[in-house]
Design a protein. Structure first.
Length: 767
């Protein structure tokens, strides 16, 4: 049977496509239409004779009249209607009855009923199977037609339908209507299987036929263009609960939904609805659309809350892979049975009593009066069962764990009852429940009430408040103390770390100086001696033995006798012995002059015979013995720098010698004045000055300074990354100017921090 229908559809489709070329008649002719009407009348007669009249429930819960056509007699009768030219006597009685029905009816072209069809619409379409589409043949869609009429038909009817499409005819320059297929059905929901091509326009013509002939005029739909092929289903929107009702003693709810008006995806013919609540497992149902709108959720529980969801699916067959749309959901607040149909105990059962409350408590007699309102007619209620008991309060001695439990029966006409309470302690709690029952021992749901005996007065527990306050206060104090202790510990550790870091840095610098500029052992061949007599213009040379405070500091507080030459501004050609004199911020104690030497680490000194006059300054004067040539440790514009070892000071000193070209007396005067001004400042960032160096002819040839073993200033700044590095100078990005500015400001700050002196000029003697 299925193969014959597929062949019929394929032949009709080929005829419709090739009709503009070969001139095949695209519409049903009058004879074909009359033949269909006559066969429909015959099948209606078979329905009356052999079919069983029943009712059919639609998806929306609507019940409609239906004729069951599954009996064997009806099938044989229908076969006789389709084969009217078969010879009689060779088939069953039902088949022969069908032949008789066919030839009994006359063709009637007039409408014989007042019932009329109103319209026909295409309700939904299906998606093609993905594996059945290819480039050679277009995908075919199925659709569901719905026929609507003014009023239901009292007798069985048949619906004749035609599926037409229109195509553009180049010969006439206009659209030409063609017939795609036709058929007949007994339902107003007409299923069109695999006939619709995407982007093609269709319209449908339906004619109703009863046993007397055609009923009213045929209805024609508007031209409908099938949307372009899409493997995405259009999801439903606006899911809502339209109605709740009681069916077979159980709650049912009707859900409805709508669609997007501007969606290009086809509306599916298959859906899945699911619902669940807190006390029931989830349920879901797959269904196909019919002529009704909506779907009924059956067997719900009264007074429960449900979540409902709906989504489109491509098929209801679970054995094949199917497409699904996004679900849309809503909430269902189920009503009670009495809200829907009233107090009907025969359908909904007995109702729960309402307004169950505590009316009065008598503390003297230890009783409590409760009242309620019956939910049903007192004629239906046989009585009430009232149950109450005490609730144990753990940890409270006044309300023990022993239960005070009672059960009493109350007649049907009562609306209150007196409860006798045995536990009369302050704050004891009771719970009471009441149910109604009928003569068949059917009970209603219980109503519950909880109350205190006697009424508890709210008391503020100050003990807990005080405990909480003290705990918070102690916690705060502990946190503050911990923080303060941590801060003190951090300060102590920081001071200790700074002290140890200073010791480590000093030791490292000492090791570095020892490795780079090792001290020279005293040698009689390489020594500088203090002069015992220096002739100077307007000066007197005084000899004395002094002890330098600076030398004591350098040697760790030990004292040593030195023989120095002191230049004083005393009267000319006058000699005297000084008991004490201040020399370069060092205290000298007068004593007998002895010779002391400076071991030289430089080449022999030579200077032009010049003299210097210092009217306001005393300084130490050193004389040079025979000194072999040694490598110098520095040079500059003013002259060379040599490393010497002073046996008197027990330390290395630096000799700044004047250049051979700088023999001007005024220049030397300014150099010595500047050095002595710096020495008087006593600033830690200024190199100390010990005195001047004299040649054998008693002329000044240089200045003796403290030796700093860190190297020259440029190398020190470069090593500590205080000068501009080559990577910074080569940086051509936008950050170069800002980085240079920061480096220059830092460098200027370092230099200016050392340029501090009491008075006088400042030159090269800053660190």
């Amino acid at each position: 049977m299925g193969r014959n229908r597929r062949s019929e559809f394929f032949l009709a489709f080929v005829m419709a496509v090739l009709s503009p070329v070969f001139g095949v008649e695209p519409m049903l002719s009058t004879s074909q239409m009359n033949e269909l009407v006559r066969r429909a009348q015959c099948e209606i007669s078979c329905t009356k004779e052999f079919a069983t009249r029943t009712n059919r429930t639609l998806n929306s819960g609507e019940v409609v009249a239906h004729f069951s056509l599954s009996s064997n007699e009806y099938q044989q009768c229908e076969l006789g209607c389709r084969n009217p030219f078969s010879k009689q006597g060779r088939f069953t009685e039902a088949f022969q009855q069908g032949l008789s029905f066919y030839w009994e009816h006359e063709i009637s072209t007039e409408n014989n009923s007042s019932a009329k069809l109103t319209n026909v619409t295409l309700k939904c379409m299906t998606l093609p199977e993905s594996h059945s589409t290819n480039d050679q043949s277009p995908p075919l869609l199925s659709g569901l037609l719905i026929v609507k009429y003014e009023q239901p038909f009292a007798e069985p009817v048949r619906f004749l339908f035609e599926v037409r499409y229109r195509a553009f005819a180049p010969k006439i320059g206009a659209y030409e209507e063609q017939l795609l297929r036709f058929g007949m059905t007994d339902s107003r929901a007409i299923w069109i299987p695999k006939s619709l091509v995407p982007t093609v326009q269709y319209r449908f013509v339906v004619t109703a036929v009863d046993v007397g002939g055609r009923v009213g005029a045929p209805v024609v739909s508007q031209w409908i263009e099938v949307p372009a092929l899409s493997y995405q289903l259009q999801p439903p929107v606006n899911l809502s609960i339209s109605e709740q009702f009681v069916a077979d003693g159980r709650l049912s709810a009707r859900v409805g939904w709508s669609y997007h008006d501007r969606s290009f995806a086809p509306r599916s013919c298959f859906y899945q609805v699911a619902w669940a609540n807190e006390y029931q497992p989830p349920r879901s149902v797959d269904f196909a659309l019919d002529e009704s709108d909506g779907y009924v959720l059956p067997n719900l529980q009264f007074d429960q809350n449900y979540t409902v969801s709906l989504k489109s699916i491509s098929t209801i067959e679970r054995k094949v892979e199917r497409l699904e749309s996004d679900p849309v959901g809503t909430f269902l607040i189920a009503k009670s049975c009495r809200q829907l149909i009233g107090p009907n105990p025969f359908i909904c059962g007995l109702g729960k009593v309402v307004d169950f409350r505590l009316a009065e408590i008598d503390e003297e007699s230890g009783t409590a009066l409760v009242s309620w309102t019956p939910a049903d007619n007192v004629k239906v209620i046989a009585g009430y069962l009232l149950y109450y008991r005490s609730l144990p309060v753990p940890g409270q001695k006044s309300c023990p764990l022993v239960l005070d439990e009672h059960e009493i029966h109350v007649n049907a006409t009562a609306s209150s009852a007196l409860l006798h309470l045995n536990l009369t302690s302050d704050g004891c709690e009771y719970v009471a429940q009441i149910v109604s029952f009928d003569g068949n021992d059917n009970a209603s749901p219980p109503a519950q009430l909880t109350f205190l005996y006697p009424k508890r007065v709210a008391r503020l527990n100050y003990t807990n408040v005080i405990i909480i306050f003290v705990a918070v206060l102690l916690s705060t104090l502990a946190v503050v103390a911990l923080f303060f202790s941590f801060w003190l510990c951090r300060q102590w550790l920081s001071a200790k770390c700074d002290r140890w870091q200073a010791i480590v840095d000093k030791w490292n610098m000492h090791l570095l100086a020892t490795k780079t500029n090792s001290s020279l052992e005293p040698n009689p061949l390489y020594r500088l001696a203090f002069s015992s007599s220096v002739g100077m213009r307007d000066s007197v040379i005084l000899q004395g033995e002094v002890e330098l405070e600076e030398s004591r500091r350098l040697r760790g507080g030990s004292s040593e006798s030195l023989t120095v030459t002191v230049v004083s501004d005393s009267s000319p050609h006058t000699s005297s012995t000084l008991t004490s004199s201040t020399l370069t911020s060092s205290t000298l104690t007068s004593s007998t002059l002895t010779s002391s030497t400076l071991t030289a680490g430089t080449s022999s000194l030579s200077a032009s015979p010049t003299t210097i006059y210092s009217p306001d300054t005393d300084c130490m004067c050193f004389t040079a013995a025979a000194v072999p040539e040694r490598n110098r440790i520095g040079y500059g514009k003013f002259g060379d720098v040599y490393l010497l070892h002073c046996t008197a000071l027990q330390c290395n000193v630096a000799l700044k010698s004047f250049s051979q070209t700088e023999t001007n007396e005024e220049y030397q005067r300014k150099e010595v004045a500047a050095a002595m001004a710096l020495a008087r400042s006593g600033h830690p960032n200024i190199v100390k000055m010990y005195g001047v160096m004299l040649t054998e002819s008693q002329q000044i040839c240089g200045i003796v300074f403290e030796h700093c073993d860190g190297g020259d200033l440029k190398k020190y700044l470069t090593k500590t990354d205080l000068l501009l590095s080559s990577s910074l100078l080569s940086d051509k990005t936008g950050r170069w100017e800002s980085n240079v500015a920061v480096q220059l400001i830092t460098l200027c700050h370092q230099i200016s921090d050392a340029m501090v002196s009491a008075s006088g000029p400042v030159e090269h003697q800053i660190m």
